[in-house]
Write a protein of this length. Structure first.
Length: 143
């Protein structure tokens, strides 16, 4: 089972807890981005507001994955921003489902700029999987 499928299942199980804050956040930033600043009238929805990229740096991996599933503009924003993926900490609820393949997918979002990788109780990760991540991220300094 892939990480996105797992996240999707979790979103359906706990829809109010995970989706509501993210949808509110998204609506807020899209609303800011779609206002005409001279007439204060709504225009066509545009890309998320620039302030969203400051917020992304403070989200954990699970929240980033959930946010990328909300809508296409947020998916693009999360996937194009390298900053939140430079320091990856995997903990509950992802740690029990994380495999080598999923770890490589998540760490590849840093585009070789991963600095910190913390795997808390990730018992399915093998030495080979960890070695693959380290080989693709030469700037990594903490494991």
């Amino acid at each position: 089972m892939g990480i996105l499928h797992y996240v999707e299942n979790k979103m359906h199980e706990s829809k109010e807890y995970f989706m509501q804050p993210l949808q509110i956040l998204y609506a807020f930033f899209c609303h800011l981005g779609s206002k005409n600043r001279y007439t204060n009238r709504e225009t066509e929805p545009g890309p998320p507001h620039e302030a969203l990229f400051f917020v992304l740096a403070y989200l954990d991996v699970f929240d980033l994955l959930v946010m990328s599933e909300v809508c296409m503009p947020l998916r693009d924003a999360v996937s194009k921003d390298v900053l939140p993926w430079r320091n990856i900490i995997i903990e509950r609820p992802l740690n029990s489902r994380l495999s080598d393949e999923i770890l490589v997918q998540i760490t590849s979002k840093a585009h070789g700029r991963l600095r910190t990788l913390a795997l808390i109780n990730c018992f399915k990760i093998t030495d080979d999987g960890l070695q693959t991540v380290i080989e693709k991220n030469h700037l990594i300094s903490k494991v």
